[in-house]
Design a protein around this ligand. Sequence first.
Ligand code: SIN
Length: 329
Amino acid sequence: MDARKCLTTMLLAVMVFGSIAIAAAEPVVIRFSHIVSENTPKGQMALKFKALVEEQLKDKFVVEVYPNSQMFDDNQIFEALLLDDVQMGAPSMSKFSVYTKKLQLFDLPFLFEDMAAVDRFQSSAAGQELLTSFTDRGLIGLGYLHNGLKQLSATKKLVTPNDAQNLKFRIMSSDVLEAQFRAVGAESVKKPFSQVFNLLSTGVLDGQENTWSNIFSKKFYEVQPYITESNHGVLDYMVVTSVNFWEGLTSEEQSALKSVLDQAIAHGNELAGKKAMEDRQKVINSKKTEIVKLSKAQRNAWVTAMKPVWQQFEGQIGQDLINKAFSTN
Ligand code: SIN
């Protein structure tokens, strides 16, 4: 065989085997597990992420979304990520305390005046640094996602902090939230989100705190005769993956995925504000619960009762971080 023929044969072989190799490269499956309904900011963000990946990156990735605690409940997601049973989730930041104490910041009662302040803090350098502050524990944050401000619901009308005395509230697994309810003389129990409706409807617990979107989508308003519009804290999420999964991707794959994720988060964040208003109105229209509005003085009494909690946790969170977050108001 002359040299030209030999080169042509080699080129053909490279083309054939190369295309077989490309055809054989299966897209990477990203299982996204979460615990809320699809009709929520997180549910919609996850579906948007899936749709955008299908549109823009379908040769590289496939996203499977598992909502409503179908796959993993509350805190189980962290272990599942570390074991590569799922590749992405967006737990509430109240649930990260085993991995980092810093995110307890977001649970401090009355820290942020509104979601615009939350947004400013999350986009600041200090907020962005938090995303990678627990990589030594095998997890990495890829972005923040909003749900919104929390309201208090109970079997009793809560107007003054004293009204909460001796009531039992369901909380997410956060020591700050435990201290917050202790500050008003109430008890609290850390329970998974999937159990809240039953615990309230059977009278095992008296109350809970949550956003309008979670109160509406999980029907808590049907089993809680009063909802105090307290806006006393924030319930937001961090989209997380494992360091192992993330570092197994090329830098091109990481930036392509991150860009799609940012678009999905922007969609979820835009929706979060709208949904809070819409779901609040749906709860009001249902007439199944009474919405308790607080005057400025009444709300200030809750601030006075709960704010000492900040001091209890400043050692774990860092005074500087608290100041930075507060200054975004
Ligand atoms: C969530 O929004 O992911 C659940 C919040 C909760 O556990 O109350």
